[in-house]
Design a protein around this ligand. Structure first.
Ligand SMILES: [Zn+2]
Length: 485
């Protein structure tokens, strides 16, 4: 068994039920597991990582990822009335054009669409992520890439029984129903878990992913929940993520999205709620405060908060602190590029402090916990999110001796509020070094970047191909400044 030692770093060590800092300590790893954290002489090792003067942190757990080459940044500064201020899609499809859902990618491009986000996540210190379902089209291929890259992941096949579309005449928002294909998708999802859960020394775990609360029948939601229970895997859903979704559920069943899930008995500790911004009492719901947060806390479900993607659309959670105070388990997800947990934590903190007009809100301790041990709890994992004997050796090493950080007096404040993802130089998953000097140990970054550019061009073209109004690329994309010929 390989013995690895991370030597002399300032370690975020698990101590007395919480994170603490051990300056100048050694982490000893045997195989995939941490065996000791102390200042004792670690003895001889097969692999030694010099961490003197650096921060040694548990890897981040990102609970909401959409794998693929993401172009959501194009939505910035734009919107469509049909989607309220959610701006979910700046150029939606109609029922007629939705068939052309994405660009045709070559086999190599599909590999890159899967590998790119994985490498990006690893480089930013994420050692475990939860992919929200089949974003690159073929979840089996994605499972193989998890194996190849060395990351730890929860992966499911996303399914839904309706698609958000815009009316081809008016541009009004519509639900286009396709119930049977959603049931087929659910069955594929179950098959994926049965075939792949536990692959790659347990680094690949399955998950059940009913994609969007408003696009599924109560019957299939119940079935999905039962499948997650019997397969013993997590389940995640986009819920309370949009104004039109909130009001659609009020119109359909006179319940908020969260009340609807509570009625179906879906709010269990197994469930991770993607986004969960539109709870009763949020100013954009036009609804007085209700019992949504209490229901989530009572059920023991978790929220994966993605501050960046919503802030770009003018939306903030109200508020991170209010959810914590209600007893809701808060975790982070990145949703979009950059898939950068440091940026997510920082923005979540500042938006919360502003929304609450309170400097003490969204304390850095709670942000760091959400990005580590709370994410682990959400996945039902006592062996992740902490540096402790018996835990999996999922760890990153950050060099905080940088101009943009300055003197490091409190290393967690420095990391969360001043550092960049590029300050993370070494990442281990399952005891194995996968990022060294900021680079993946076996996958070529130039190849990923060059191929991603090509995929981006194809995606740009496909946005026009499925536009409800049949507009040309340049009419939809609206560059910030004109591009000269
Ligand atoms: Zn999402």
């Amino acid at each position: 068994m390989t013995k690895t030692v991370i030597r002399g770093g300032d370690i975020v060590v698990w101590h007395d039920g919480g994170h603490a800092i051990m300056p100048g300590g050694n982490v000893v790893i045997e195989g995939d597991t941490i065996v000791s954290v102390s200042r004792d002489d670690p003895g001889q090792a097969d692999v030694t990582i010099d961490a003197i003067g650096k921060l040694v942190s548990p890897g981040f757990i990102n609970c909401h990822v959409h794998a693929g080459i993401d172009t959501q940044v194009l939505m910035t500064d734009k919107g469509a009335h049909g989607y309220y201020n959610s701006g979910m899609v700046f150029a939606g499809a109609s029922a007629e054009t939705m068939g052309s859902r994405g660009p045709t990618l070559s086999g190599e491009e599909r590999r890159v669409a899967g590998l790119y986000p994985i490498i990006e996540l690893l480089k930013s210190g994420v050692t475990t992520f939860f992919d929200i379902g089949g974003s690159i089209g073929d979840v089996d291929v994605f499972g193989e890439l998890v194996g190849e890259s060395g990351v730890r992941a929860y992966v499911g096949h996303g399914f839904e029984q309706a698609t958000w579309v815009l009316d081809a005449e008016t541009g009004a928002f519509r639900y286009h129903q396709h119930r049977e294909s959603g049931i087929e998708g659910f069955k594929r999802g179950v098959r994926f878990v049965e075939e792949h859960d536990g692959d790659h020394n347990g680094r690949l775990r399955g998950a059940i992913v009913p994609a969007k609360l408003d696009n599924l029948t109560p019957e299939l939601l119940k079935e999905a929940q039962a499948a997650a229970e019997s397969l013993d895997v997590p389940i995640t859903i986009h819920a309370a993520q949009a104004g039109y979704e909130f009001h659609e559920m009020i119109r359909r069943v006179a319940r908020t999205p969260i009340q609807f899930l509570a009625d179906l008995e879906l709010l269990t500790p197994r469930l991770i709620l993607g986004h969960c911004i539109y709870v009763a009492g949020h100013r954009l719901t036009a609804m007085p405060p209700g019992d949504d947060l209490r229901l989530i806390a009572q059920g023991g479900s978790s929220v994966a908060h993605s501050a960046v993607v919503f802030a770009r659309r003018g939306i903030a959670m109200e508020s991170f602190q209010r959810y914590l105070d209600a007893g809701v388990r808060m975790t982070f997800g990145s949703d979009t590029l950059p898939r950068d947990m440091l940026q997510e934590m920082r923005l979540a903190s500042y938006l919360c402090k502003v929304v609450d007009s309170d400097w003490s809100a969204a304390h850095t301790r709670d942000l760091f916990n959400a990005a580590t041990v709370k994410g682990a709890e959400a996945l039902g994992r006592g062996d992740l999110g902490k540096i402790a004997p018996g835990a999996k050796a999922d760890i990153f090493v950050a060099d905080l001796r940088k101009f943009h950080i300055g003197p490091v007096i409190d290393p967690i404040l420095a990391l969360v509020h001043e550092a960049n993802a590029s300050d993370i130089d070494t990442v281990l998953v399952d005891g194995k070094v996968v990022i060294e000097g900021g680079q993946h140990t076996s996958i070529d970054h130039d190849w990923l970047l060059t191929t991603a550019e090509e995929i981006g061009r194809k995606q740009r073209a496909s946005i026009a191909a499925r536009d409800w109004k049949g507009r040309a690329e340049d009419e939809i994309i609206l560059q910030t400044f004109p591009i000269l010929a």
